[in-house]
Ligand binder design. Structure first.
Ligand code: CTP
Length: 406
């Protein structure tokens, strides 16, 4: 899988930089072409000579090569790479990447990247757990970059906890698996809904809900990363989309979401509805702001169209429909009812009783139920990890239609 693949290995100033030597050896053994780009701080931990000897290429670190006057164009290097792997990545360079700073060759290449970017944040446990680091990691993930999560264990400081760089052989396996899956949804159109809907009460007020859109966006990134053409129909959220093969359609109300989905539904192969669609809307939104008075105010609500149910009614055999359900009681029984009623292939059930699951969290704890009523209870995991797992499941269903089981 890695034969002939051009990989930029970015190395920053962490004690784990010594692991980069083994990583280069393993990549070269697999037939990859490895171009090392290191920051100045990284040179305090491992010498450029060691890395250039192992990679069989001069190591780059400055935009201008001293003496020779050669310019290392960050744009050319960014275009050259099939993948950029930054391991180890310090909290400092992570913060620069999250904020678009380009003050050295590595951060400039990152900013100009066209290929997938893998990043392995490595630091002491307290730095890792600082909210700024958490936020920066999420920012990179929201750009579509792929996190190589650190391991837990003994750290160079003597402390113990999260922050160790993954072992080089595991990073190589991750890259191999990425290139293997890169195109497996090529030619497939995936329609995803995300976020809440806003139903107008008057020009300044609406009925909405707490959905953050994170699950839908993580799924859009995961499918786009595997070659699918993704249509992401999203209600109002504060998230960004970065992949070129995600077409983002911003909507506000359930009816708008319905219209945009119906436009794309007939040509879609896979539909995943994560949006928290309002079931009702004010029957007659006021044209002017409703003024306060001392008497009670009643709003008449009228039902919204059920997007997923309509899809289930129109669905062709080749189309795969996935729903999400958030339940507060009898989660499995309620979800099964939805699965049958909306003619779904798969339903992903969140129970609000589970800590870390549902609206606003970065993690989710779900149960999968398919149309044969196979049930799989999954552990708590990040929304990105769940998105990756769902691409696996849906791929298995698509290639093994007759004999699938979760
Ligand atoms: N859904 C939809 N259109 C709606 C309501 C829901 O497409 N008008 C989709 C959601 O995106 C989700 C699934 O249907 O994938 C289940 O949504 P949920 O709100 O749990 O179920 P409802 O059918 O609305 O039932 P209830 O609110 O009574 O639990």
């Amino acid at each position: 899988m890695l034969k002939g693949k051009k990989i930029i290995l970015g190395i920053t100033g962490s004690i784990a930089a010594y692991k980069a030597a083994t990583l280069i050896r393993l990549l070269i053994r697999k037939g990859a072409v490895v171009q090392v780009v290191m920051t100045d701080a990284a040179k305090d931990f491992i010498t450029p000579l060691t890395l250039s000897t192992l990679s069989q290429r001069p190591v780059l670190s400055e935009p201008f090569q001293g003496g020779s006057g050669q310019w290392n164009s960050h744009i050319d290097w960014a275009a050259w790479a099939d993948a950029i792997v930054i391991a180890p990545l310090t909290a400092n360079t992570l913060a620069k990447m999250a904020n678009g700073q380009a003050d050295n060759l590595l951060t400039a290449i990152y900013l100009a990247a066209r290929s997938p970017v893998f990043f392995a944040p490595v630091m002491d446990v307290d730095m890792f757990e600082h909210p700024a680091t958490t936020k920066n990691i999420h920012t990179l993930q929201s750009y579509g970059n792929i996190l190589i999560p650190p391991d837990e264990g003994e750290l160079a400081s003597g402390l113990s906890g999260k922050g160790r760089m993954k072992e080089p052989d595991e990073i190589v396996s991750l890259l191999e698996s990425f290139f293997k899956k890169k195109n497996r949804f090529r030619g497939k159109k995936v329609l995803i809904t995300a976020g809440p809907t806003y139903e107008k009460i008057d020009p300044v007020r609406f009925i909405g809900n707490y959905s953050s859109g994170k699950m839908g966006f993580a799924l859009a990134n995961a499918f786009a990363g595997q070659g699918a053409e993704v249509i992401l129909v999203t209600g109002p959220v504060s998230l960004r989309t970065a992949c070129t093969n995600i077409q983002r359609v911003d909507v506000s109300s359930a009816r708008e979401m319905f219209d945009r989905c119906m436009k794309h539904f007939p040509t879609s192969d896979i539909c995943i509805m994560t949006a928290a669609v309002a079931d009702y809307r004010p029957a007659m939104p006021a044209k002017q702001k409703i003024k306060k008075s001392d008497t009670a105010l009643s709003l008449e609500l009228t039902p919204n169209p059920d997007i997923l149910k309509t899809m289930g009614e129109k669905k062709k055999n080749r189309q795969f429909l996935t729903g999400f359900a958030l339940e507060t009681r009898n989660a499995k029984a309620e979800a099964m009812k939805k699965l049958r009623n909306k003619k779904l292939d798969l339903i992903v059930v969140n129970s609000l009783k589970d800590a870390g699951a549902g609206f606003g969290h970065d993690t989710n704890k779900v149960t999968l139920i398919d149309k044969e009523e196979n049930i799989k209870v999954l552990p708590l995991m990040s929304k990105e990890a769940l998105a990756g797992l769902l691409t696996e499941k849906i791929y298995e269903y698509l290639i093994n239609k007759e004999n699938h089981a979760i």
